[in-house]
Design a protein around this ligand. Structure first.
Ligand code: DSN
Length: 421
């Protein structure tokens, strides 16, 4: 084999070996079932299908139409939505399409700042800036780690933004959609809810139900708590569907990723079948991990309200050198996390926080007892200063029994290429 090709294949093998052994806790990741992984490697990944089901610009789309029609139908059923678009290739792509469809240059958008948990695509240098929108931060209460309802209602009444972007990357508690709806109605504001982090919880009837609570539009990636292939979808009522359809294709997507649509369709079926038990266990695991870390002496945010209602927990780790140092130290012991800004931070390079997500650990079958064990491993490394290698061996030993994807029809291997013998 050519040496350079071999290098790439070896790097993929070593990456899979790393994740085979490691404790993966990045809150925006997950693993797909073997059935989905095989579909991701199918011929669909080579094809074009611009246009809509039954109205394509290319021939050869007979079966692609079957797949996309099913994905749309099942997403409508699972999320109880009038309209679904499954074409955006990422959460940012979905946000771009919706903002371009529903707002015009000079309009005002309100969203959370990044230290308060907002996603980068909600920030001035991203989607709102590219669309020429003015941007104001949604008022945030750092003690409650949520939008400050009274100040937000007042701001909506005073400023009458054309669009509010709810949802977040650091997302511990349901956002107050109902509480903002009346003010939004009076001001003529469209409420968009970015569900990327919590779509798998919503699929399992947990966390919140944004469309029923008053969101006009839901955008979401499909690979965080929702354990599908990388991609995104948009849910809304029929009122916005035409403008959003056009903003997706031909506006911001040429060819959508057809292999991912097949994977999405299968994951939708998985969540129709297993979503409720999966989402229930995610919430139990997140609370168990938070409680165990808190009892060990870590500054886990929001103890007064049960730490979290999502898959995430946030810890102020300034006592241990800050988020950057702690995430790197944990990585040495095969615990994969990320540094995270908290509301009082100014620099993304020196954040005081660590964000942990339990959705992937849940997907591979871990329960409360494993969360307690992980908290103990983290304490031993960060508080008791046990040698990295000792702790790493215990992390690898814990992971050994959790190698298969659960809450799926095929229960396949999570970290091994399914086509490899
Ligand atoms: N920034 C990613 C995260 O929340 O980890 C999502 O795009």
């Amino acid at each position: 084999m050519q040496k350079e090709v071999e290098e790439i294949i070896n790097a993929v093998d070593r990456h899979e070996e790393l994740f085979n052994n490691a404790i993966p806790m990045i809150a925006s990741e997950n693993v797909t079932s073997s059935q989905v992984r095989v579909l991701l490697a199918s011929d669909l990944s080579h094809r074009y299908a611009e246009g809509d089901v039954g109205a394509r610009f290319y021939q050869g789309c007979e079966f692609i139409d079957v797949i996309e029609a099913r994905a749309i139908k099942w997403a409508k059923e699972l999320f109880n939505a009038e309209y679904v678009n499954v074409k955006p290739v990422s959460g940012v792509n979905a946000n771009i399409a919706v903002v371009f469809a529903l707002a015009s240059p000079g309009d005002l958008m309100m969203a959370l700042s990044i230290p308060d948990g907002g996603h980068i695509s909600h920030a001035a240098y991203s989607v709102p800036g590219l669309r020429g929108l003015r941007l104001k931060e949604l008022p945030f209460d750092p003690k409650e780690m949520n939008i400050d309802v009274d100040r937000a209602v007042q701001a909506i009444r005073e400023l009458a933004p054309e669009i509010i972007m709810l949802g977040a990357s650091l997302f511990l508690f349901p956002h107050p959609i109902r509480e903002l709806r009346t003010a939004a109605d009076e001001a003529g504001t469209v409420i968009v809810y970015d569900a990327s982090h919590v779509l798998g919880l919503i699929a399992g009837n947990k966390f919140q139900d944004p469309l029923r609570e008053g969101a006009d539009v839901v955008t979401s990636s499909t690979h965080k708590t929702f354990p599908g292939p990388q991609g995104a979808l948009i849910l809304c009522g029929n009122a916005q569907s035409e403008a959003i359809d056009r903003a997706v294709f031909p506006g911001t997507v040429s060819n959508h990723h057809l292999h991912h649509i097949a994977g999405l369709a299968v994951t939708l079926r998985e969540m129709m079948q297993f979503g409720e038990s999966y989402a229930t266990q995610i919430q139990r695991n997140a609370k168990a991990l938070a409680q165990a870390l808190y009892q060990a002496g870590f500054k886990v945010l929001c103890e007064h309200k049960g730490f979290t209602e999502s898959h995430q927990i946030a810890i102020d780790v300034r006592d241990f050198g800050g988020g950057d140092a702690v995430a790197k130290r944990l990585e040495q012991a095969y615990i994969i996390t990320n540094k995270n800004m908290l509301p009082w931070d100014n620099s993304p390079d020196k954040p005081s926080g660590l964000r942990l997500g339990v959705q992937e650990l849940t997907r591979i079958g871990m329960k409360e007892s494993e969360m307690i064990e992980i908290a103990s491993i983290m304490k031993r490394l960060l508080m008791d200063e046990e040698p990295v290698n000792t702790v790493k061996q215990d992390a690898i030993a814990l992971k050994k029994d959790f190698q298969d994807v659960k809450y799926s029809f095929d229960g396949g291997a999570a970290y091994r290429n399914p086509v490899k013998k």
